[in-house]
Design a binder for this molecule. Structure first.
Ligand code: ADP
Ligand code: MG
Length: 681
């Protein structure tokens, strides 16, 4: 019997209502219950008062020496009682536990747990038990689970204990023996039992080590198996485009590709020409020139007789890409369409028809692009940004729909290595490691609000010299309405401060056409100063803009600040970023310093991760960074790397697919829908 298939209801003591409540904790099977690990242990092992430090929490066995003294204060109470342990006379104190009074009989043994005040010889009791009634906790390490609602700590301990009694013998091994030996790992059955009920800390640690490795290994196995199978399937599109043709396009670009761009271009073309489905991540700092790489790939797809889709997060960006791609592709007779939420009616219908007939070669748009009623004649390349990354499961949806395109994912946020190998373990990675030559570094300053006058002077100087500037409005959490109001207020005051220049306003409540018009005006330098909410964050490219002012900068995340800063420094002129903020906390100040210290996106995200911890890094689940039951991405990083290497090696070994020892792993992959039926049984 597979513990994954036994409902938790079968554990005695789990009633239907309790099973319902466990469900909220993600527990519906016996396996999920026994894999609900404690996050720490409470130490109830008996100790001697002579060996504990002042202020420690301690459990001791004592003899009651006197009668309890009770003081009541309304509904509250304080009760003290003399006792002795290890020849040490002390006073035990209870708060609001007067109902214990009857049981405190002189001469009786008692086990008390609490905080030890050595100087006053006093112990403030949090829990107590009487050995003559049998003990539950005392003398052991007790697991502490994350509980809530009607599920109490005591119930959870009892129920998991019960599940282990009933089913412990059935816990199967899942890792092959050679890995257990290599890392000296406990067998699974033993580890699961001991992680809940360790005899000592050392054993708890050993059990944890085994389960951490297992969790990370299974996760990596899933990614690596997917990747290996993908390379093996050979049912992707084999793009056939001549080098000569691609060179012609590259030569038509207004600049020469950097060495990093050339290298990445080759990696992508090689994938596209091969018969497997490309699943590649292109990472590079803001301004490193990812878009032009996307253009080369789209060009190759079209010249191989297929179509390409380019998914971006905002309408502004989609429109900008349509504009620049149209210009680049004009001499090559390649048509580019736009599909966003604001394209509808007749226009939308025409575009869809044209895509289906293959008259439109490339379509740029938002996520709806390939999810909805959109059909292509021959879609062979999808380029997305990190926010739209396809997970393993979404890719199989694409496949089932009949598309088997190559996928290139671009990230605007450089991802620290730790997260990259976790979140993107199923992908091949290309990195743009240098920015185009001749770029001047962006000087970043952090100033307090009371220096606003000087900031205005700075703006004035730049725009008088013919440059342009962004002023980004403070972010109000959870209220787009307030963000917009802020932008409007700031727009009014900036218009007053700079009567001789054109000030523009951009925010999320404007229609796409309005935004488009403002961006166009800014692009053409009809507007010199653009007041905006964070809608300009991603991808906007105006090389003459040299000054980025960010109001209340401490309200933004570091990678967001870095993205915003990346809007300047795109042309030949020296550029500046001014952060206006009065952060109160030390971390807040530290974050501003990170920004002034470095303009390297990888360094920014590394420090960000340090300051925030990984759980917070991307904000929400959209990132695809998995949540682990027991492993910690930062502190268990070395294990994660080892697990990845082991998983890669194992799936690369032909015997993996047949050896009996790996059968449980294949079963796991099937459960996770990485393997389809035909590969097992
Ligand atoms: P990213 O998308 O990585 O932030 P972009 O692709 O928008 O960067 O490129 C930033 C700017 O640099 C654009 O104006 C682009 O035309 C320009 N650019 C890209 N590659 C080069 C290059 N090799 N040499 C000079 N300029 C380049
Ligand atoms: Mg291919």
């Amino acid at each position: 019997m597979d513990l994954n298939e036994i409902p938790v209801r079968h554990v005695s003591g789990v009633s239907a209502p309790k099973a319902g409540e466990l469900h909220a904790f993600g527990i519906s099977t016996v396996n999920e219950l026994i894999e609900y690990y404690p996050y720490r242990y409470e130490d109830y092992r008996l100790r001697s008062l002579t060996e504990v430090k002042n202020g420690d929490k301690v459990t001791v066995q004592a003899k009651i020496m006197g009668i309890p003294v009770l003081q009541r204060y309304g509904r509250k109470s304080r009760m003290t009682c003399k006792m002795v342990a290890d020849d040490w006379m002390f006073t035990a104190t209870w708060f609001n536990r007067h109902f214990l009074r009857e049981q405190l009989i002189a001469g009786r043994d008692i086990i008390v747990t609490g905080k030890w005040d050595m100087r006053r010889s006093q112990l403030t009791v949090s829990e107590s038990e009487f050995p003559d009634k049998g003990t539950l906790r005392s003398g052991s390490l007790q697991p502490v689970y994350s509980v809530g609602g009607n599920i109490t700590q005591a119930w959870m301990r009892k129920t998991i204990g019960q599940a282990l009694l009933q089913y412990g013998e059935m816990i199967p091994e899942i890792l092959p023996g050679y890995l257990l030996r290599q890392y000296d790992l406990m067998p699974r059955r033993f580890a699961i039992q001991r992680i809940h009920q360790p005899q000592d800390n050392e054993e708890g640690q050993q059990a944890r080590k085994r389960m951490v490795y297992e969790e990370l290994f299974l996760f990596q196995l899933k990614l690596q198996a997917y990747r290996a199978m993908n390379h093996e399937r050979q049912d992707g599109v084999q793009h056939e485009v001549e080098n000569k043709t691609v060179r012609e396009f590259v030569r038509s670009l207004p600049f020469e590709l950097t060495d990093a761009q050339k290298k990445v271009e080759l990696e992508i073309l090689q994938d596209m020409r091969s018969p497997y489905c490309m699943n590649r991540l292109l990472q590079g700092d803001v301004g490193s020139g990812k878009t032009v790489i996307a253009a080369v790939a789209l060009f190759a797809a079209v010249k191989s007789g297929h179509q390409g889709a380019f998914m971006v997060p905002t309408e502004i960006l989609a429109e900008q890409h349509v504009r620049s791609l149209t210009k680049l592709f004009e001499p090559f007779d390649i048509s580019v369409g736009l599909l966003t939420g604001s394209v509808n009616g007749r226009k939308r219908k025409d575009l869809l028809a044209s895509l289906q007939m293959g008259l439109t070669d490339i379509v740029v748009g938002t996520h709806a692009l390939i999810q909805e009623d959109v059909f292509f004649r021959s879609l062979s390349l999808v380029i997305t940004d990190e926010q739209h990354r396809f997970g393993v499961n979404q890719r199989s949806i694409l496949r089932r729909k009949g598309f088997n395109p190559d996928v290139l994912t671009m990230t605007a946020t450089p991802i620290p290595r730790t997260l990259a190998i976790t979140a993107f373990g199923d992908m091949d990675v290309s990195t743009l490691s240098e920015r185009p030559k001749g770029r001047k570094p962006i000087s970043t300053y952090w100033v307090k609000h009371d220096m606003m006058d000087r900031v205005l002077g700075f703006i004035s100087r730049e725009i008088s010299q013919g440059r342009q500037a962004y002023v980004i409005c403070p972010l109000i959490e959870e209220s787009e309405k307030l963000d917009v109001q802020n932008a409007i207020d700031l727009f009014v005051s900036m218009s007053q401060a700079f009567p001789d220049f054109q000030v523009g306003l951009l925010h999320g409540r404007m229609t796409a056409a309005e935004k488009d018009e403002v961006m166009r005006a800014f692009y053409e330098n009809e507007v010199q100063l653009l007041v905006s909410t964070t809608v300009v964050e991603v991808g906007v490219d105006v090389p003459n803009a040299t000054l980025m002012i960010i109001m209340d900068a401490d309200r933004f995340g570091l990678s967001q600040l870095h993205q915003l800063r990346g809007r300047v420094g795109r042309g030949e002129h020296a550029s500046f970023c001014v952060l206006i903020a009065d952060p109160k906390s030390e971390i807040g100040q530290e974050r501003m310093k990170v920004m002034t210290d470095t303009d390297d996106g990888f360094e920014v995200s590394r420090r960000d991760l340090e300051l925030r911890g990984p759980g917070d890094f991307f904000g929400t689940k959209q990132s695809g960074v998995p949540e682990f039951r027991i492993a910690d991405m930062v502190s268990d990083f070395a294990v994660l790397e080892a697990a990845r290497d082991d998983a890669t090696r194992l799936v690369g070994d032909p015997s993996f697919w047949t050896s009996p020892e790996c059968e449980p792993l294949r079963r796991y992959l099937k459960r996770e829908e990485v393997l389809q039926g035909e590969l097992i049984d």
